[in-house]
Design a protein around this ligand. Structure first.
Ligand code: GLU
Length: 160
């Protein structure tokens, strides 16, 4: 059982996200990660196979800040516990954290590979990031692209 946290605030969301992950630690996890957007919409991501405290240290050392962000504690179902498989998974400027299983991920992965998408993890989650990216026309609406992507996904899951 993993944990998902998301936040949008006028102040830095990193301490809020880290505190959210701390509160979810009791559920168990094998790795953790965080991604934030800063003012100019640049995406920064940090992942660790250590405890949430270690991720918090990494965030502090990297001076990670942002007003919009997502974070995750992972309980691996697809792909070994590793930094490479830890969430968030990204495609272009899109980052995704995911709880659960995408049952039809292999078919979607093959379709996206045929369209030129490169996969760098063994997770079912990475297809979600690429699928949203594929659905998002330049200048398009992220919510609509996400809705279009979700329409293709089968399984019991939650995403941010
Ligand atoms: N199926 C995803 C993975 O293996 C999410 C697992 C979870 O719920 O933490 O990365």
């Amino acid at each position: 059982m993993c944990g998902i946290v998301g936040g949008i605030a006028k102040r830095d969301v990193v301490p809020i996200l880290v505190e959210g992950l701390r509160r979810l630690e009791y559920r168990g996890y094998d790795s953790a990660g965080i991604a934030v957007l800063n003012g100019d919409d640049a995406l920064s991501r940090l992942r660790s196979t250590g405890r949430v405290a270690e991720l918090a240290n990494l965030a502090s050392q990297a001076h990670l800040t942002g007003s919009t962000g997502i974070a995750h504690t992972r309980w691996a179902t697809h792909g070994v516990p590793s930094e490479r498989n830890a969430h968030p998974h990204v495609s272009g400027g899109i980052a995704v954290v995911h709880n659960g299983i995408i049952e039809n991920y292999e078919a979607i992965r093959s379709e996206l590979k045929a369209k030129g998408y490169e996969f760098v993890s063994d997770t079912d989650t990475e297809v979600i990031a690429h699928l949203i990216h594929f659905q998002l026309a330049p200048g398009g609406d992220l919510f609509e692209a996400t809705r279009g992507a979700v329409h293709k996904l089968r399984g019991a899951y939650a995403i941010a």
